[in-house]
Design a protein around this ligand. Structure first.
Ligand code: FAD
Ligand code: NAI
Length: 468
């Protein structure tokens, strides 16, 4: 017999579970469908959370091996217990995943375990692991089914030697040589993890730069820092084949511009060339939900698909594939369905790469402003001139603020430096309030903090930074 709800959310990642909680808070009788064994989606199980656990642990491992002695902490060479580090990560994941289960229960959201398929507007079939099906009915459906790893043509991922991010988060031993395909965020974060733990890391990137989408000046300096740390890059290159027939992988690489191919040997290859929307088995064609040329579900500004009563959010629709973007969309669509005014400001979505140093940005890059023909002013301030960074010996990187030449409104903030991911929140709040660079410059920042570099960069917009 069908059960009746106000809302069914398909997928319990950061988009789906947050949407369900907000809907329940607003009084909607809400159900959630999840095909995997645990709630939390890519982010909590095989994405944000486990990768950050390994980034944290491996950063401390490297610091203990290199920087402790200079601070007068003598511990000898640190020993790696990789199995224990993996347990640290797994326990962190478990804690977060259980937290989501608790929140769903607390908000009286009914969870259905199994693969969801839309039979018609208002009707979802859930097929459990045992093959049994049941039908759930609701006034509205929100699709939050996330994304999957993009595959490299003719290269089969086995998650043991040729891995996606999922396999790279669980390698049983440190590879002597790791070859990463794609100098995007996964390649650089997980490449950093394994380099810190002892692997030689070489990153092959199709474009002639790393981190497409990030301000070019910032990306170039980031690349130089990563190279100094020992990461190697082969830009303008493509992997054409991986031969896994022998004990070491033989990776064929060709220059994109043409020229001689070369073979690089590696123990593990990480394929990190992007992610694709996950819509398999959802029954979208049958109900007529339209998608774009990249397979993303098409929505209007209110997350409505081409079929009335069916909405979509998160990685499965256009926009940056980020957990906080999915969460904000989840809240917005729940509010819209409850008759309120839900909204996401896509101009102010922070983006953080959790390497060392971190790279965080919000708003437009200099390249984007040039392309759009917007006149802008630039203020920059290096961490080498920030007292706290100097005393902590964390002086690499800088803050860059881009402000409208006529109005001084902040258009973009880019931070390459220690703790940049936390500091970018100040810039996001300022931009959300329509701040000028002068507003940031006139705001009192505590001393001695890294955040003073943000204030100094704002002062530098009018060429009046104090400490340079
Ligand atoms: P997902 O989290 O992918 O969740 C979708 C859920 O839907 C899954 O649980 C899936 O099992 C379920 N599902 C799919 N189809 C069905 C179906 N038919 N029936 C039932 N259930 C279904 N983002 C950040 O912002 N910060 C980070 O630090 C970060 N790190 C990342 C690291 C890695 C290694 C990866 C891979 C991603 C990372 N991301 C990060 C991206 C982030 O994980 C995604 O943007 C986010 O998870 C998208 O949320 P979502 O709810 O749209 O989808
Ligand atoms: P990405 O889009 O960040 O980077 C992919 C890179 O691979 C690009 O530089 C691209 O030019 C390159 N590439 C594409 N095809 C190639 C080929 N054939 N050969 C060589 N290079 C090729 O994708 P990535 O790193 O896989 O991450 C997927 C998504 O996950 C991202 O969109 C990101 O938003 C999200 N994510 C976010 C994190 C964060 O916020 N800290 C961490 C990890 C993932």
């Amino acid at each position: 017999m069908a059960e009746n709800f106000d809302l069914i959310v398909i997928g319990s990642g950061p988009g789906g579970y947050v949407c369900a909680i907000r809907a329940a808070q607003l009084g909607l009788k809400t159900a959630i469908v999840e095909k995997d064994a645990s709630f939390g989606g890519t982010c909590l199980n095989v994405g944000c959370i486990p990768s950050k656990a390994l980034l944290h642990a491996s950063e401390l491992f490297e610091e203990a091996g290199g920087k402790f002695a200079a601070m007068g902490i003598g511990i000898g060479a640190p020993a790696l217990d990789l199995a224990a580090m993996m347990r640290f990560k797994d326990e962190g994941v478990e804690g977060n995943v259980k937290g989501v289960a608790f929140l769903l229960k607390k908000n009286k959201i009914e969870a259905f375990r199994g693969v969801g398929r839309i039979l018609a507007p208002g009707r979802v079939e859930v097929k459990g692991a045992d093959g049994a099906t049941q039908t759930v009915e609701a006034r509205n459906i929100v699709i939050a089914t996330g994304s999957d790893v993009a595959k490299l043509k003719d290269v089969a991922i086995d998650e043991s030697r040729i891995v996606s991010s999922t396999g790279a988060l669980a390698l049983p031993q440190v590879p002597e040589r790791l070859l990463v395909v794609g100098a995007g965020v996964i390649g650089l974060e997980l490449g950093s993890v394994w380099r810190r733990l002892g692997a030689q890391v070489i990153v092959v990137e199709f474009l002639d730069r790393i981190m497409p989408g990030v301000d070019l000046e910032v990306a170039n300096q980031f690349q130089r820092i990563l190279q100094r740390q020992g990461m190697r890059f082969k830009l303008g290159s493509k992997v054409t084949a991986i031969d896994a027939s022998e004990s070491r992988l033989k990776v064929s690489i060709e220059p994109v511009a043409g020229g001689a191919a070369e073979i690089i040997e590696a123990d593990v290859a990480l394929i990190a060339i992007g992610r694709v929307p996950h819509t398999e088995g959802l029954g979208l064609e049958a109900v007529g939900v339209a998608r774009d040329e990249r397979g993303r579900i098409l929505t209007d500004a209110h997350f409505a698909t081409s079929v009335p009563g069916i909405y979509a959010i998160g990685d499965v629709i256009a926009g940056p594939m980020l957990a906080h973007k999915a969460e904000d969309e989840g809240v917005a669509v729940a509010e819209i369905l409850a008759g309120r005014a839900g909204h996401v400001n896509y101009d102010v979505i922070p983006n953080v790469i959790y390497t060392y140093p971190e790279l965080a940005s919000v708003g437009r890059s200099e390249d984007e402003l040039k392309a759009e023909g917007i006149a802008y002013k630039v203020g920059k301030f290096p961490f080498s001139a920030n007292g706290r960074a100097k005393v902590n010996r964390q002086t690499e990187g800088f803050v860059k603020i881009l402000a409208d030449a006529a109005t001084d409104r902040v258009l973009g903030v880019h931070i390459l430096g220690p703790d940049a991911g936390n500091m970018i929140a100040e810039a996001a709040v300022a931009m959300e309030f329509g701040a000028s660079s002068e507003d940031i410059a006139r705001t009192c920042h505590a001393h001695p903090t890294l955040s003073e570099a943000v204030k100094e960069a704002a002062l530098a917009v009018e060429k009046r930074a104090i400490h340079v």
